[in-house]
Write a protein that binds this ligand. Structure first.
Ligand code: SAM
Length: 250
């Protein structure tokens, strides 16, 4: 069985290992590179994701492919800001396949004095019982997984009825002129930035290719519905460079 690793075709069982190498290699520079490559826009996209999730003070979150905790920290801030009557610390689990990335996240949490649960696991086989969470988020992670449908099935399984799934991911620019500009930027500028700033052309080339290979927004919406989620919808961001897909387990 073969699958895509960017534009390369690799054995399915090799993809997770290769993705692991990519993120281990970018771990220490990961947060800074996000800012540089997106011109800071990823912060606004992530804020919008949490706004859309609009968690209450009883929310129990699983942030999958949670990396260095960007979504988890935003979630905690949001709940604490919106619910001043809040007494307990929000219940948040960050799960990622890569321990190097999680270690960076744990240090950030220590610096901020935020207590989160950190679990190293593949999003395709989560080590949590059925119906453990009320919210499931995944930001810029699902396109790196080998089997997207398995990730979605697992998201559905671990959510309680009434639970919400929200996914932020790169998407496709539909305007042909903007799409050309975006293509030039991603294929010619991002790998160069990766090399100059992080000394790592290949990892950033992979990131660009993986974005191009990810399904279009409507196709992805259908995949989410196929595993059982209801009221599935998406919101394009910044001319369709990204999209927030959401759905409920009813
Ligand atoms: N969600 C974070 C954010 O938005 O800043 C991190 C996004 S980062 C681009 C992608 C993350 O997905 C990496 O930390 C990587 O280790 C993780 N990842 C890749 N494949 C995964 C898998 N199969 N299961 C869980 N995490 C995975």
């Amino acid at each position: 069985n073969y699958t895509h690793f960017g534009y390369k075709t690799v054995k399915t069982e090799e993809k997770a290992g290769r993705v692991l190498d990519v993120f281990s290699s970018v771990a220490s520079k990961y947060d800074m590179m996000n800012d540089v490559m997106s011109g800071g826009l990823h912060r606004l996209w992530k804020d919008r994701m949490i706004q859309k999730l609009n968690p209450d003070n009883k929310a129990v979150l699983l942030d999958c492919a949670g990396g260095t905790g960007d979504i988890a920290f935003r979630f905690v801030n949001y709940v604490e800001r919106q619910h001043s009557q809040f007494t307990d610390h929000p219940n948040v689990t960050v799960c990622d396949i890569n321990n190097d990335i999680l270690e960076v996240g744990k240090s950030r949490a220590l610096e901020r004095g935020v207590s989160l649960n950190w679990v190293c696991s593949n999003a395709e086989e989560l080590p949590f019982p059925d119906q453990s969470f009320t919210c499931y988020t995944i930001a810029f992670g699902i396109r790196n997984c080998t089997n997207i449908s398995k990730v979605l099935q697992e998201a559905y399984r671990v959510l309680r009825p009434g639970g919400r799934f929200v996914c932020l991911e790169f998407s496709h620019v539909s305007n042909p002129i903007l799409s050309k500009i975006y293509d030039t930027y991603s294929f010619q500028v991002i790998p160069v930035m990766g090399e100059v700033i992080a000394g790592d052309w290949n990892s950033y080339q992979y990131l660009v290719e993986s974005i191009r290979k990810f399904p279009a927004a409507d196709e992805f919406k259908q995949m989410i519905s196929n595993v059982g989620f209801k009221v599935v919808a998406y919101e394009p961001l910044t001319f369709g460079t990204c999209a927030i897909h959401s759905g409920f387990r009813l």
